[in-house]
Design a binder for this molecule. Structure first.
Ligand SMILES: *[C@@H]1O[C@H](CO)[C@@H](O)[C@H](O)[C@H]1NC(C)=O
Ligand SMILES: *[C@@H]1O[C@H](CO)[C@@H](O)[C@H](O)[C@H]1NC(C)=O
Length: 343
């Protein structure tokens, strides 16, 4: 009886020992792969441009490899704004396209991916673009993520992500050179209503829009993910339709921080101005566009929007339209200035 009990006890101790040993081995393995890994790996590198007409080359794969296999070497430490002292608030070698959906930014992304090699910079696609409006903490995460990448790749970088304007200064960091591309607000709304299968507009949507009793028309003061918030920022007011404060804040940010905001309907001018104003990134962009994309876009046209739908939408999107026209005017002014200075 006693012997049997002791045998049981010995078995119990043996099992306990085995559990302990294997547990600590497992923990060590897990820790080797996880615990020392720099947190910045967790972003998305470009798989392929949305418009992969031509292969962009293996730059993405090799970059992904370099980043994921790299030990966290600190090439240089980025100083905070306070340490930098009196310096430009905007960094010329650091581009950020906080792209507006359905507005043609895949063209710009294609171009930067294509010309990054000759112009000696890397383009990086940040993940998380489904969430455009962020909390303060989430904005800081994006800023930190970008600064981690910059610290580890000591070359000029450009980034893109669908996200509202982030004020890097409020996180004590130098701002990137912001750029963007917008399109006519009615065309943008309608682009969402094109059915993939047929290439035509969703007829339910069209009927619904032209019927004021139905519930799919825009309503003043309600929040929408239109164009203005991408320039205004993360304040809840930025999303409110036809909000004067949001419009003014968006314009102020464009004036202060956006070197170029292009207009899809004026793509030629947009590319000229990008080359002029930001040659360190966009040198050769127009040629690259002509060689790779022109043929595609010459024939690509959204179906016509019924007149009454167009005018109904224009009436609903007054401030969006005002912003669009203001940006277009600014682009033409930039072109005028560049012509004057070159003649
Ligand atoms: C592809 O990447 C490798 C490094 O992984 C590099 O040696 C090679 O030159 C690259 N080829 C092209 C066409 O970019
Ligand atoms: C950005 O943040 C800084 C510091 O908090 C502030 O002084 C500045 O007014 C902000 N700019 C905008 C456009 O919000």
């Amino acid at each position: 009886m006693i012997r049997r009990r002791r045998l049981k006890l010995e078995w119990f101790l043996l099992i306990l020992l085995a559990v302990f040993v294997s547990g600590s081995i497992l923990f060590k393995i897990k820790c080797n792969t996880d615990c020392n890994r720099p947190s910045m790996i967790d972003y998305k590198l470009p798989k392929k441009s949305l418009l992969s007409v031509t292969n962009v080359g293996n730059s993405t794969e090799s970059l992904r490899h370099r980043i994921t296999s790299r030990k966290p070497i600190r090439k240089h430490v980025t100083k905070s704004m306070a340490e930098l002292g009196k310096m430009d608030a905007v960094n010329k070698h650091f581009l950020f396209l906080n792209s507006v959906p359905k507005s043609g930014s895949e063209i710009l992304i294609f171009l930067v991916e294509k010309i990054q090699g000759v112009n000696n910079f890397k383009h990086i696609r940040l993940k998380g673009g489904n969430k455009r409006r962020l909390t303060k903490a989430q904005q800081e995460e994006v800023v930190d993520e970008i600064y981690d990448i910059r610290r580890n790749l000591a070359i000029p970088l450009s980034f893109d992500r669908n996200v509202y304007f982030i004020n890097f200064t409020s996180f004590d960091k130098q701002l990137p050179t912001y750029i963007n591309l917008i399109r006519h607000p009615v065309a943008k709304v309608m682009a969402r209503a094109i059915l993939k299968k047929t290439g035509k507009y969703d007829s339910y949507f069209i009927r619904c829009l032209s019927d004021s009793k139905k519930n799919c028309n825009f309503k003043n003061g309600r929040p929408y993910d239109l164009t203005i918030p991408y320039f205004c920022g993360h304040d809840p007011r930025c999303m409110l339709l036809n909000n004067q404060w949001a419009l003014e804040t968006a314009k102020k940010n464009v004036e202060r921080y956006y070197q170029v905001v292009g207009v899809l309907e004026e793509l030629d001018t947009t590319l000229d101005i990008l080359e002029e104003e930001i040659p360190q990134f966009f040198d050769g962009a127009k040629k690259t566009y002509q060689a790779n994309l022109l043929d595609i876009y010459k024939h690509k046209k959204d179906p016509d929007v019924p007149k009454e739908v167009w005018s109904t939408l224009e009436e609903s999107l007054v401030k969006e339209l005002e912003f669009y026209n203001w940006v277009k005017y600014r682009l033409f002014e930039q072109r005028l200035k560049s012509k004057e200075s070159s003649s």
